[in-house]
Design a protein around this ligand. Structure first.
Ligand code: HEM
Length: 448
């Protein structure tokens, strides 16, 4: 007879009387989670101001989390902090059956036949982005990349017409939404205060703006114009019962995808650049790969993007050491058993790509940046895009975007760190990992 597990996951040291480990976690979850694993191993727990959270580490433990149904380990309940941002009735603010259909609509917008359409849009944005750079200079490339990925995201999601008229108002509203999300929100998703107020005002105004775009788009369609962007996909989409998305839902779908794709790609691009500049010999190999592949052409086609093994390996390694999502969280809806441990309902469980990707049993010399390394085969060892039923639906789009950026950038410019290499570290001021702020690098036009 199998015995029911009864062991409580070990609690890590350093809890404060009232707030537990909340402050240490919020300061930077990445080193905090590393400490949890170092102290307790495969299963450790900590206290986020009253919310008991259990970190599970290793292929077997990740698999157990990813194989559990949503009814037991719920992403929706863990990520309630996103509901006021995306809007009621969207994603985790919708009943599960609606959420699934919305996710299907999102995923269908990124099918292969549509990606072929997005590739030239991203390429156009990148070309325009670098068109007026001087021959040499220095800048904060985190700022530059987040600006660029805002442009590419809005262009692909909302269409050329919106992108052409995208003004400071849209940027400001979107910024207010972003500022309202931080690690503390995992413990208290219903926080009130000035940030939350600005968030609600911004979300309501975005609905209005997007509603205006829907009206304009419908007028253009009536004039016989045709559109193939994601925005049109939302307008054409229907639920299983045949109903169309409302304007509020379309706005929510746009904001949801902007959130999922903007900073993840921008931060990854920033880390790619820093690692390239840290490893000039690897940068030279990638530039040679691009030169061989593209010759004198200034065009990077969709097909060419699929023929860059060195660039692919480099990105895999960047996403190993700097996976932008550090905490993948689920709410325990019913007691969850793992080996001898009983993880009680009401708390959260976490899987951390940051910790997983630094396990010496999976990765030789895990802290060394080495794109030539062998990656483990198991499906639950390398998790930059998560796993199981909530695995990222935008991974191919993200890679397409980052590769396009570097295919253009590296053929035109060379880069150098502005600070000593050890200055650039993983920091986490919001829910996403990024390199140290500011993230300055020097650039010089390449002589071909
Ligand atoms: C989910 C990573 C870019 C759309 C996820 C998850 C991860 C992830 C780890 C799982 C979250 C969890 O299990 O709690 C990344 C990284 C990206 C990236 C590292 C870029 C380098 C994108 C882009 C899009 C996107 C560009 C859309 C255009 C989504 C969506 C989900 C998701 C919709 C939720 C899936 C669900 O709830 O079932 N992403 N992502 N992501 N991602 Fe991405």
């Amino acid at each position: 007879v199998q015995e029911t597990p009864t062991l409580a996951p070990p609690m890590i040291s350093g809890a404060k009387p009232d707030t537990g480990h909340f402050e240490e976690f919020c300061l930077n979850p990445a080193p905090f989670l590393m400490r949890c694993h170092e102290e307790c191993g495969e299963v450790s727990s900590f206290d986020l101001a009253g919310l008991k959270t259990t970190l599970l580490v290793g292929e077997e433990a990740h698999e157990a989390v990813y194989r559990a149904p949503d009814s037991q380990l719920s992403a929706a309940q863990a990520y309630q902090l996103m509901v006021p941002v995306f809007g009621q009735g969207i994603q985790y603010g919708a009943p599960p059956a609606i959420e699934r259909q919305q996710l299907k609509i999102q995923a269908a917008g990124l099918r292969h036949d549509r990606m072929v359409l997005y590739a030239p849009i991203i390429a156009k944005e990148v070309r325009e982005w670098i068109a007026d750079w001087p021959d040499q200079g220095e800048d904060d490339f985190y700022e530059r990349f987040t600006d660029l990925t805002l442009k590419t995201s809005t262009h692909c999601l909302m269409g050329a017409d919106f992108r052409a008229t995208m003004g400071d108002e849209f940027r400001g509203l979107y910024h207010d939404l972003e500022m309202s999300v931080d690690p503390a929100g995992l413990a208290d998703p219903h926080k009130h205060g000035a940030m939350a107020e600005r968030r609600d005002i911004a979300r309501a105004r975005l609905s209005e703006l997007i509603g205006e775009r829907v009206t304009k788009r419908k007028e253009a369609l009536a004039r016989g114009e045709e559109f193939h962007d994601m925005f049109q996909h939302y307008l054409d989409a229907t639920y299983a019962d045949g109903t169309a998305l409302t304007d509020h839902e379309i706005a929510g779908m746009v904001v949801w995808f902007m959130f999922a794709g903007h900073h993840t790609s921008g931060n990854t691009s920033s880390w790619v650049l820093v690692e390239l500049a840290r490893h000039p010999e690897l940068m030279a190999e990638i530039v040679a790969e691009l030169d061989d592949l593209l010759g004198d052409s200034d065009d990077v086609t969709f097909q060419a993007l699929r023929e860059m093994p060195k660039m692919d390996a480099f990105l895999d390694e960047v996403l190993r050491l700097h996976a932008p999502l550090v905490t993948l969280t689920r709410r325990v809806m019913h007691d969850f058993h793992y080996k001898d441990y009983l993880i009680e309902a009401g708390g959260n469980v976490m899987v951390s790509p940051y910790v997983a990707h630094r396990l010496p049993e999976l990765y030789e010399d895990p802290l060394v940046f080495n794109p030539k390394r062998t990656f483990p085969d198991g499906a639950f060892a390398y998790l930059p895009f998560g796993g199981g039923r909530h695995k990222c639906v935008g991974n191919a789009f993200a890679l397409l975007q980052v590769k396009t950026i570097f295919a253009y950038l590296l053929r035109k410019f060379e880069f150098e760190l502005s600070q000593p290499a050890e200055y650039y570290r993983d920091i986490m001021p919001s829910l996403i990992l990024r390199p140290s702020d500011p993230c300055r690098l020097r650039f010089r036009r390449r002589v071909r």
